[in-house]
Design a binder for this molecule. Sequence first.
Ligand SMILES: Cc1ncc(COP(=O)(O)O)c(C=O)c1O
Length: 394
Amino acid sequence: MQRIYFDNSATTRPDPKVLEAMRPYLDQWYGNASSLHVFGRESFNALEEARRRTSKAIGAQVREIIFTSGGTESDNLAIQGTAFTNLAKGNHIITSVIEHHAVLKTCQYLERQGFRVTYLPVNPEGEVEPESLKSAMTKETILVSIMAANNEIGTIQDVRELGGIAHEGGALFHTDAVQSIGKVPLDVQRDNIDLLAISAHKFHGPKGVGALYVRKGISLRPLVYGGGQERGLRSSTENVPGIVGLGKAIEICMAEMDDSVNRMTSIRDRIIQGTLSSVEGCYLNGHKVRRLCNNAHFRFDYVEGEALVLSLDIKGIAASTGSACSSRDSETSHVLKAIGVRNEHARGSLRLSLSRMNSMEEAERYLEAIPEVISRLRAISPVSMLSKPSATGG
Ligand SMILES: Cc1ncc(COP(=O)(O)O)c(C=O)c1O
């Protein structure tokens, strides 16, 4: 069976060109990038080339890129680093209720350390309203952290406007761009961004490597102390093959961005239109227009999301109920709660997330499968039976 992978917001398939670029740094130039000999110099040069490629992708300067172990660490470094450095200035942080747990749990930790955090609500389509940010800003606000695009429902935020409001109020602006790289054009200068988190495995790079853009002049308290690598902000011997993979992956996705965004958008739109028109009791979550080109997120009446994901898996289609981090826990997604989806409706969620490696034929195969899968699940769903007048004798 030819399997279809529609779970690219969880992680992507590494591009063969990325693996090829990484290989020499695993088996030939395995030197420590701090060593003086040729093995070290080759590693160092590769690291700097990756830094150059990463900075170019977001309009940053080369020295403004810090490599980390992934999106989670980048978010933690940005938020904790800013918070503890700016204590003398203020102790108020603003974020949104739909952030990834990498941001939310960090903010909750900071609350336990005595910081005050405001969690902005979102509208039913998942957008942070600029007015709500304006009214939450205080003289004590040191940081605003709003994601560029949401990993579950795909809503894209107006980071330029939100960053502008943060700056007017004298605060720094951080954005979690983990789901946006290669899909939403971002430029740290134009978009008023001071700190920006990246994760390689979301754009066909390797897992366990990420980057944080830190605007020149901003000082951060490190999370990790040691040998002083990455300008002292992230000690530990650099993951050279991983970083090379990140650099190659970001270069490829920037070069192909226009084409791949157009292709993903048409596949996404076919999936959305085809699903809504062929299945009753199905709704699209997230913004109709301002949504990631690779995201389709539905909820189906009288269906359990987990059963749906497993049924699709049997048919060779890999999808998800929402974010990978929470797909094994039965709690209702905080993102769906925030956009006003009731618990019983949130249970029937399905997220299909695309990459540039998907095709329209795969979308058609999914569209052939979904009506039958849904009706079979509804036929055996006790909730569905109870809600049908005939089944209750009424
Ligand atoms: C929006 C967002 N932020 C942060 C992360 C965490 O990234 P990583 O897996 O690289 O730690 C993810 C991963 O799913 C994400 O979707």
